[in-house]
Design a protein around this ligand. Structure first.
Ligand SMILES: C[S@@+](CC[C@H](N)C(=O)[O-])C[C@H]1O[C@@H](n2cnc3c(N)ncnc32)[C@H](O)[C@@H]1O
Length: 193
């Protein structure tokens, strides 16, 4: 029996429910340049990555929920059906990879991080944005997702850092603001040698 997917249900109204706040902070953290390629994993409707299009045209949204991707396509974004655990890309494909509000929805977190790291280019940067489960509002979100049987699993920022193998990582940074945190990890250029 096919597994029920909440995001296929809410895809058509997702952007309407979840307005993106000021994207400048994320834009700054990602540090995208015009010649960079960006992969938005679990990018859904392209709500976030559409904000990056003014900087670089080379953006791919990967997500398992077809109805979410349909909205991304309407925005003119290149969209691919994929789970973060099995990314259909060669190693070292992207200069920047973002994963916004998605990590807690993934089934195999370890595998997802391995795949993300595999597809990141040397000199590239991974930015993961997640609800900060230490915060009361994020706890409320987690509770809501639990009663909706969303099978979410929330991790604190340190756990995301210690979970991945991140060979050739440098500049690991954690930033927390209210109910959100960001983990930023750069892959050093040494990997090119
Ligand atoms: C809360 S939405 C966030 C969408 C988008 N990143 C945003 O911030 O607007 C979570 C997304 O994660 C996707 N997702 C669920 N499981 C996934 C997995 N294993 N790999 C990649 N994405 C997944 C869902 O389909 C959904 O689009």
């Amino acid at each position: 029996m096919a597994k029920f997917d909440h995001f296929n249900l809410i895809g058509p109204i997702y952007d309407w429910i979840f307005h993106r706040r000021n994207p400048n902070r994320l834009l700054e953290m990602v540090g995208l340049a015009a010649h960079h390629t960006l992969l938005d994993i679990g990018g859904g409707t392209g709500r976030v990555s559409s904000r990056f299009r003014a900087i670089s045209p080379s953006i791919i949204v990967a997500d398992p929920a077809m109805k979410m991707l349909k909205e991304a396509r309407k925005k003119g974004l290149l969209s691919i059906i994929a789970n973060s655990e099995t990314l259909p890309f060669r190693e070292q494909s992207f200069d920047r990879i973002i994963m916004v509000d998605t990590f807690h929805h993934v089934a195999d977190h370890q595998l997802a991080l391995d795949e993300i790291w595999r597809t990141l280019k040397p000199g590239g940067r991974l930015v993961i944005e997640e609800p900060n489960i230490h915060n009361l509002f994020a706890k409320f979100i987690a509770w809501g997702e639990k009663i909706l049987f969303m099978r979410s699993k929330f991790f604190p920022p340190e756990a995301i850092v210690s979970m991945g193998a991140y060979k050739d990582a440098e500049n690991i940074r954690l930033v927390t603001k209210n109910s959100i945190f960001w983990v930023m990890i750069d892959k050093c250029n040494r990997a090119l040698e």
